[in-house]
Design a protein around this ligand. Structure first.
Ligand SMILES: C[S@@+](CC[C@H](N)C(=O)[O-])C[C@H]1O[C@@H](n2cnc3c(N)ncnc32)[C@H](O)[C@@H]1O
Length: 276
């Protein structure tokens, strides 16, 4: 477990991932009934972009730094949040649990897990005193077994693993834990992020993904075409996606491509399991 998100926080990959996350949260907020989000691989929750880790990679400057001042209508709520956190210039970036927490209402809940002790401790400090948020220092995949379905019976399981090089089973594990989670909670929304350097990993997820799962959509945002070397972009596999989200995701992709001036980039949607 060597991965530290502090090096990558606010990258173009985070921008896409978190803009989609906010879309899903906005959908959940449409109904007054409370919802629960399980963030299985939550990370530290807040990242200092002036710290040595972020400065070393420059990913935030080339990611959120490139778009924070631009008009991106489909990502307006996400960008507003980043701007509110940075009234005096870009210095801090929220991780997924901080983003989710910003969209919780009184009856909504967040369960945030991280297996790394330091990240879990940071999360605990960040959410101390917030009764809507529970932090667990535990394996996120085990947490799916333990917390799904949540008492609210509405919500999202957000799966954002590091896919470390020495963890060859990571891809298959994502599919298997989604399969198991969806068996326990067939109506739950599940969103699993995956990196796109090549297609080997996502092909492994697809092979192990249960054909009997509920409707499932894969959305992929590539800033540059895949060449097998660089991180060209990433995808999010969404089980039980909100009705009509296709148009929003396509618009988000086009607006992000324009904001990043990514002329060779692309947005694509693929229904792995179509709506009945
Ligand atoms: C990509 S980062 C998460 C970023 C975060 N979701 C965000 O969007 O801001 C992956 C995190 O997973 C944690 N991790 C690795 N293996 C884990 C496991 N089995 N269960 C829970 N967390 C794990 C790492 O410590 C790391 O903080």
């Amino acid at each position: 477990m060597n991965y530290r998100h502090a090096y990558h926080a606010g990258s173009h990959i985070d921008v896409f991932k978190h803009a989609v996350l906010v879309m899903l949260l906005e959908h959940l907020r449409k109904k007054p009934k409370g919802f629960t989000v399980l963030d299985t691989h939550a990370g530290a929750g807040r990242y200092d972009l002036t710290a040595i880790e972020a400065q070393k990679t420059g990913e935030a400057a080339d990611g959120i730094g490139r778009v924070i001042g631009k008009e991106i209508p489909t990502a307006a709520a996400y960008l507003d949040l980043i701007r509110r956190l940075n009234p005096d210039g870009l210095r801090t970036y929220p991780g997924s649990p901080a983003i989710i927490a910003a969209f919780l209402r009184d009856d909504d809940r967040l369960i945030a897990c991280d297996l790394h002790e330091e990240e879990a401790a940071k999360l605990r400090r960040a959410f101390r005193g917030d009764p809507r948020v529970a932090v667990h220092h535990r394996d996120g995949y085990e947490a799916i077994k333990a917390f799904v379905p949540p008492p609210t019976r509405r919500g999202l399981v957000f799966i954002d693993p590091p896919y470390e090089k020495d963890d060859r089973d990571a891809w298959r594990r994502v599919a298997e834990r989604m399969n198991a989670g969806l068996r326990k909670w067939p109506g739950g929304m599940f969103a699993a992020w995956y990196p796109l350097k090549d297609r080997d990993g996502i092909d492994r997820i697809r092979k192990a993904y249960d054909r009997g799962n509920p409707p499932t959509l894969a959305v992929e945002f590539l800033r540059v075409p895949i060449d097998g070397v660089a991180f060209a972009g990433s995808g999010i596999l969404i089980a039980n996606p909100p009705f009509g989200i296709d148009a929003g995701l396509k618009a988000l992709g086009s607006e992000l491509l324009a904001a990043f001036d990514a002329r060779n980039g692309s947005i694509s949607l693929d229904w792995w399991i179509p709506k009945a």
